[in-house]
Design a protein around this ligand. Structure first.
Ligand code: ADP
Ligand code: MG
Ligand code: MG
Length: 889
């Protein structure tokens, strides 16, 4: 196996092996751009080191061979006293990762070679400046010396010279500083600073390997779901010097604005400086455009190179460069990070420039970005005081009064107050408070903390880990940097998309993207911004290529109409239980309490016209499109009063000797229907089989509503869906009954209704016997919420708040299986049931209803297994459309 690649040997597609930085340095080298020569030690070498605790045996010789070649090319040897070659040792994993080791520059300098470097450059100050930088970086990152100690020594030197500027330190000052730095190293590590050049290099390489497993790097990988066994590559790159005087410098640039996508000159430049000085902010940088005045020829060359890179990568790139005495060197490039809005704009701009096609454009954006653009946001120019900045854990803009415990959150929200729940961290006891709050703010914890996970699950705005905020729950207050205090009841605003926290009320504005989907803003209109136009075009690309249809979960005409505006192609799930709430609850109560057929029929007849009216509205809102109505699903006790409350009421009444007949019967019924485990109890199709007439009434309401719509020249397309079927026999019985009712309605109204009958597949047994079930079902709709619960054997209502954070932290799963479909388990059942169903009934219509229908990754899976549609909540529809397009493109 080959462990070392020269920059001339690699290319940008070898990121797994060479890391991102190495692969792109190779790519630039082969494009003929001015990259200082060097070589890359592969991630494979790192993996061997991490597994065995030692570098692979062959590595040292391979490095020597490449180093010798480099020395020949440069005409000088590493650390050679009279004419030293210096190199940088740079980490570079496949994904860039905070917490990984920083780069060490100027490797090869020593007491012996510093004079040689001075002579070589004709600049003594420069040589000592480079040496002190080496000891500082090496000491901190390789030897683990506290960086503050070096900073203090540097400050002291500047103080002695009475200047805030490091450029005022002369060669003598820097030579003394080097001595001081060496003392710090000796004192802190018990060893002298290593003088042997190759030893410096090898130690730095090993430190890069080791930095793969720092706690911060590990935590970051878990949170970002980056596999822990990739390892990092190490780049050895010959040094070029931006600290040689005013004709030298270093800078960073973007090929276009990462916020707007506009082409132009974006970047910063710092004269007479090396490496990290630009980002470290030690001196003020100048805008890149000023380089044109400072060094016109380097500037022109840089512009030329940036355009070459854009055309080559066909995307926005960011770059690092250095100018050494008027000669430009490229030190890094990569496809640059960008905001969600810029991603959409840039994708369409690149299509217009002819650099990419529509299919490629779809790969440049994603549903998560679109979802981000749909959240309401804080007004941009609002004058508000930021008091903290935490982790953007769950997007949205929330404003409310600060409360520091769940009890108060619930109490205040019941009385109509909007509250922000502020905790140091949350735990399962905070669940009620989290539900009641507009948003959640914590001062501890990261993206997988309890607060973050639960908030995302609930779609609630959350900022977590805002560490500068000192939360004192006992005294119900929080102290902000600078000492100001936020008391319970003070208004705060939190931005879950940026992680920023403000004091006071920041005005919230609706997202222009939602305004567009709602039809309140047209992409062609004058006031439509570029973003809306870009979204409009990307949606069109997605709609053109996608195979999956997208339906909505909607129970009323209002949601259905919104869904339609958002592009829904029908309703995939209408939950009829939502129609039984409110005043109708009493009718359901009567149905449940009925002792005689007559009583029951009476309750059902009272419900029938109400249901029918609901369906008429819904079918009207979705005229011409399929509407899947699920017959009653939840356990009946959900419609009855709470057992404890009722018991107390009955007991009190008894003690006053005026017990009420109805309450007593109700209590009996509540006891009778009480279940230890209602999720697995009397619900779904089981209700239909046990409560005579219930399903028949619902079917009749649907059929009569359809007949009515026909009569007014509508185009109703109802589909009836039976929930929680485990075996084909259940379905057959309900089906026979339903067909009879439909036939009656057809006869009575003289219409031909074409109502299809299908089932949900949401129990493992249904999935396993899908081939049989398909004999009685005209369509399947995978209820992946229940299927996930029953396949994993855990109840969503309980586990998300209890042990999921522990599971996420331990890496048992990277994301909740309720959020993204578990491909290997639940997904395998969806796949095999689809195949079995279609084997029985070719052309069987397949869909999915459940949260997964709007989850980007899950949408890709459903596309792969060949479903016909996904169904999701109205607000997720654009996301599902986009992702379905991306899956097909
Ligand atoms: P990071 O990933 O933190 O950006 P880099 O390896 O890119 O780390 O290096 C840090 C800084 O040092 C960058 O500004 C880079 O341009 C500069 N640098 C790295 N290698 C060299 C080199 N061989 N010559 C001059 N500057 C270098
Ligand atoms: Mg860099
Ligand atoms: Mg279900």
């Amino acid at each position: 196996k080959k462990f070392v690649y020269d920059f001339t040997e690699g290319n940008k597609d070898l990121k797994d092996l060479l890391g991102g930085k190495g692969a792109n340095l190779a790519e630039m080298t082969n494009l003929g751009l001015p990259v200082p020569p060097g070589f890359t030690i592969t991630t494979e070498a790192c993996k061997v080191y991490l597994e065995t605790g030692a570098e692979p045996v062959a590595l040292s010789n391979e490095v020597s061979a490449h180093l010798e070649a480099l020395e020949r090319q440069m005409g000088k040897r590493l650390g050679q006293p009279d004419n030293p070659l210096l190199v940088s040792v740079r980490s570079g994993a496949k994904f860039s990762m905070p917490g990984m080791m920083d780069t060490v520059l100027n490797i090869g300098l020593s007491d012996a070679s510093v004079a040689g470097l001075a002579a070589q450059a004709g600049n003594e100050r420069f040589a000592w400046d480079s040496y002190r930088r080496l000891i500082q970086m090496f000491g901190k990152t390789v030897l683990g010396v506290d960086g503050e100690l070096f900073e203090e020594a540097l400050d002291e030197a500047k103080r002695a010279k009475n200047t805030p500027n490091d450029l005022d330190l002369d060669a003598g000052d820097l030579e003394r500083l080097v001595d001081h730095f060496k003392e710090i190293v000796a004192k802190q590590t018990g060893h002298e600073f290593p003088q042997e050049p190759r030893e410096q290099m090898d130690l730095a390489v090993r430190a890069v390997f080791d930095s793969w497993n720092t706690d911060r790097a590990k935590l970051y990988r878990r949170q970002e779901r980056i596999p822990g066994d990739l390892g990092t590559a190490v780049n050895i790159c010959s040094m070029v010097f931006g600290n040689l005087g005013a004709d030298s410098g270093t800078g960073v640039a973007f090929t276009r604005d990462p916020a707007s996508g506009h082409q132009g000159v974006y970047g910063d430049y710092l004269q007479n400086a090396q490496g990290e000085d630009v980002v470290a902010g030690i001196r003020n940088t100048v805008p890149l455009a000023d380089l044109e005045q400072l060094d016109k020829s380097s500037y022109d060359q840089l512009m030329q190179i940036m355009s070459t890179l854009e055309t080559h990568y066909k995307d926005l790139c960011d770059i690092e460069f250095t100018i050494e005495r008027g000669k430009l060197w490229m030190l890094q490039t990569r496809v640059g990070k960008r905001t969600a809005a810029a991603a959409f704009r840039i994708a369409t701009q690149l299509v217009d420039q002819g650099l990419i096609d529509e299919a490629e454009a779809l790969q440049r954006v994603n549903g998560a970005q679109l979802a981000q653009l749909m959240f309401p946001r804080f007004e941009e120019h609002a004058k508000s005081q930021r008091i903290g900045w935490g982790i953007a854990a769950s997007p949205g803009a929330a404003v409310g009064k600060a409360v520091f415990d769940s009890y108060t959150a619930v109490k205040w929200s019941r009385s109509g107050e909007k509250v922000i729940l502020i905790r140091r961290e949350t735990n399962p006891d905070d669940l009620n408070g989290m539900i009641a709050a507009e948003g959640i703010l914590t001062s501890r914890g990261g993206k997988t903390s309890h607060a973050a996970v639960v908030a995302r699950g609930m779609g609630k705005t959350c900022v977590c880990g805002a560490e500068e905020l000192e939360v004192d729950t006992k005294r119900r207050r929080m102290t902000v940097p600078g000492g100001a205090v936020i008391e319970e009841g003070d208004v705060v605003s939190i931005d879950g998309s940026s992680g920023k926290v403000y004091v006071g009320e920041v005005p919230v504005v609706p997202s222009p993207v939602v305004e567009y989907f709602e039809g309140r803003m047209h992409a062609g209109a004058d006031d439509a911004d570029e973003l809306v136009q870009a979204v409009h075009r990307m949606m069109a690309y997605a709609d053109r290529v996608r195979r999956l249809r997208v339906r909505a979960n909607a129970d009323n005409a209002e949601d259905a109409s919104r869904a339609r505006r958002f592009g829904a192609q029908g309703i995939g799930l209408c939950r009829t239980e939502h129609m039984f709430l409110g005043e109708r609850r009493e009718l359901v109560e009567r149905l449940i309490l009925a002792d005689t057929d007559a009583e029951r029929d009476e309750a059902l007849s009272a419900l029938l016209p109400l249901q029918k009216a609901d369906f008429i509205e819904l079918l009207e809102a979705m005229d011409g499109l399929p509407v899947t109505v699920r017959l009653l699903d939840p356990p009946l006790h959900e419609f009855l009063p709470d057992i404890t409350e009722l018991s107390v009421r009955v007991a009190l009444a008894e003690s006053r000797k005026d017990s009420n007949e109805n309450d007593l019967r109700l209590l009996q019924a509540v006891h009778r229907l009480h279940e230890q485990n209602p999720m697995l109890g009397l619900r779904g199709v089981r209700l239909g089989l046990v409560i005579p007439g219930l399903f028949a009434m619902q079917v009749r309401a649907i059929a009569e509503a359809a007949a009515h719509r026909r009569n007014v020249k509508g185009d109703p397309r109802p589909e009836i869906m039976i929930p929680l079927v485990g075996t084909v026999q259940e379905l057959e019985i309900v089906r026979d009954e339903a067909e009879k009712v439909i036939a009656e309605v057809q006869a009575a109204t003289g219409t031909d209704l074409k109502i299809t009958l299908g089932t949900m597949i949401e129990l493992p047994r249904a999935a396993i016997t899908a081939g049989q079930i398909a004999e009685a079902a005209e369509f399947f709709s995978f209820g992946t919420n229940d299927l996930t619960q029953t396949v994993w054997g855990f109840s969503r209502d309980d586990v998300e708040a209890s042990f999921f954070t522990a599971y996420l932290e331990k890496g048992i799963f990277g994301v909740s299986p309720f959020e993204t479909i578990d491909r290997e388990g639940v997904g395998a059942l969806v796949r095999s049931a689809s195949e079995a169903g279609r084997a029985t009934r070719p052309g069987l219509k397949l869909g999915v209803c459940g949260e997964h229908g709007g989850d980007p990754e899950s949408v890709h899976f459903f596309h792969e297994v060949g479903l016909d549609y996904v169904s999701c909540s109205p607000f997720r529809i654009p996301v599902a459309r986009l992702e379905a397009g991306r899956a097909a493109a």
